[in-house]
Write a protein that binds this ligand. Structure first.
Ligand code: BG6
Length: 468
């Protein structure tokens, strides 16, 4: 059960979910910094200003800003070949529209990238992961074309500054989240009109294409991918109405990938926009930009699968698009209600490869669960090992039995971090435990869980040894 030679094993994080230091060394506020901890089952609140009686999990997060050396050393100890991280736009351009970049922000990422390289870890950088600068609110965030230029300017600084050190890039994390979590995706309210969401999505798609093109011009060795939130779904039944409802759900997600991989809006999306009386804010030359800026590879997150059908026709319900109104009786769920479906990963890999024929990488997968520290100080997270193991087995089948080209796997949250949907820290994904509670209280100490040694063995045996 060995994986292809050079397979990129590693882990993935995002700046806002680990760094903390939200206002240090010139960093500006981002959309992530305005989100409170979700309490009593309510969604996270987004406040206009920072309110002193509210708790904002990203402000301290897991203090990676001060502890990055320890954290990256632990990743190296596990044998990471690749580390997916994101840069915070607000460290480089605190307001998003500043004239010149903040040197202190670049200096922080210099240290992080150089440290990774010194361990032989290939960095894979997401340029925007759920943290649009609040300074862009005055333009209406991604509703404005102006933000396209500002994002390209920010990206150009990164591409030039890190040229030769960073080769793998992703433009936007889970770009299809503009339909499900638009505040995270780009500062757009969940209650915004469909028109506003589609305009913002259009701007991100154009911005992404421009950055892909620019990255290739700056260095032909650059590889720029798209990042798709893996909302894969099965029809509820063979009822043709369920098949159609499922198709409509998939289309709502997939058009983003179609544009980034094929360089044009698919007909089904153009027709839908027409029916909705939504006119995209196209400018001369945009069609060429989209065509010339198609991605080199596809990355995606995979946590769960959905069931869709006639009830979901034309709509996407619920936080993170998770509540489709149907339950899959054949699979179990996590403590947070996410359907556990390893076999669906093989399906997803085949689905994406058959649709786009592009190289794939899974850049997020993992189990969010509460962990317990035993009396002897150990953390026996066999459930996490089992979850990832089952997914790796199915990924291997897709490679070996179906011939799907997969270049790597980065487990989400190799170190416990702030959950994006709830802001909780007790929703833990890590191989490394962080001794902090939801409110950031605790020593912050890093503790290797049982899964740490397991994943280390998986990597050193190139996936051959998956036993506990
Ligand atoms: C993905 C995001 O949607 O899911 C991550 O890219 C996020 O940022 C991950 O953390 C898991 O979701 P959650 O809500 O459990 O953190």
């Amino acid at each position: 059960m060995s994986f292809p030679k050079g397979f990129l094993w590693g882990g993935a994080t995002s700046a806002a979910q680990i760094e903390g230091a939200y206002n240090r060394d010139g960093k500006g506020l981002s959309t992530a910094d305005m989100m409170t901890l979700a309490e009593s089952g309510n969604p996270r609140e987004i406040t206009e200003k920072i309110e002193s009686d509210k708790f904002y999990p990203t402000h301290f997060a897991i203090d990676h800003y001060d502890r990055y050396e320890e954290d990256i050393a632990l990743f190296a100890e596990m044998g990471f070949k690749v580390y997916r991280l994101s840069f915070a736009w607000t460290r480089i351009f605190p307001n998003g529209d500043d004239e010149v970049p903040n040197e202190k922000g670049l200096a922080f990422y210099d240290k992080v990238i150089d440290l990774c390289l010194s361990y032989g870890i290939e960095p894979l950088v997401t340029i925007q992961h759920f943290d649009t600068p609040m300074g862009l609110e005055k333009y209406g965030f991604w509703k404005s074309r102006k933000v396209v230029d500002l994002f390209v300017k920010y990206s150009e600084v990164l591409l030039r500054h890190f040229n030769g050190r960073v080769r793998y890039w992703l433009t936007f994390n889970e770009i299809n989240n503009m339909s499900t979590m638009p505040w995270n995706a780009g500062g757009i309210s969940i209650n915004a009109s469909e028109k506003d969401k589609m305009v913002a999505a259009y701007h991100q798609l154009v911005a992404s294409a421009k950055v892909v093109k620019l990255a290739h011009e700056i260095d032909p060795n650059n590889q720029v991918g798209m990042m798709y939130n893996g909302h894969f779904s099965y029809p509820n039944s063979p009822d043709p109405e369920d098949i159609q409802g499922n198709e409509e759900f998939q289309q709502k997600m997939l058009f983003y990938a179609d544009v980034q991989c094929r360089g044009v809006y698919p007909n089904f999306k153009l027709k839908e926009l027409e029916r909705q009386n939504i006119v995209l804010p196209t400018q001369e030359g945009d069609a060429e930009i989209l065509k010339e800026g198609t991605v080199d590879y596809i990355s995606f997150s995979y946590y769960l699968t959905h069931v869709c059908g006639k009830k979901t026709k034309g709509i996407i319900k619920g936080l993170n698009g998770l509540e489709t109104g149907y339950t899959n009786p054949y699979i179990k769920r996590t403590q947070w209600g996410w359907g556990i479906d390893p076999k669906g990963l093989r399906y997803a890999l085949n689905f994406l490869y058959n649709r786009y024929q592009l190289l794939l990488i899974i850049v997020e997968n993992g189990l969010g669960a509460e962990d317990k520290i035993e009396e002897d100080g150990t953390i026996q997270d066999d459930y996490r090992i089992d979850y990832i193991k089952q997914h790796l087995i199915e990924m291997k089948k897709a490679i070996d039995l179906d011939g799907v080209p997969v270049m790597g796997y980065t487990a989400w949250g190799p170190i416990d971090l702030v959950a994006a949907s709830t802001g909780q820290l007790r929703k833990r994904y890590g191989f490394i435990y962080v001794d902090l509670n939801d409110f950031g209280q605790g020593t912050g100490n890093r503790i290797r869980k049982k899964s740490f040694d397991w994943y280390k063995e998986v990597i050193s045996s190139n996936g051959e040894n998956l036993s506990i």
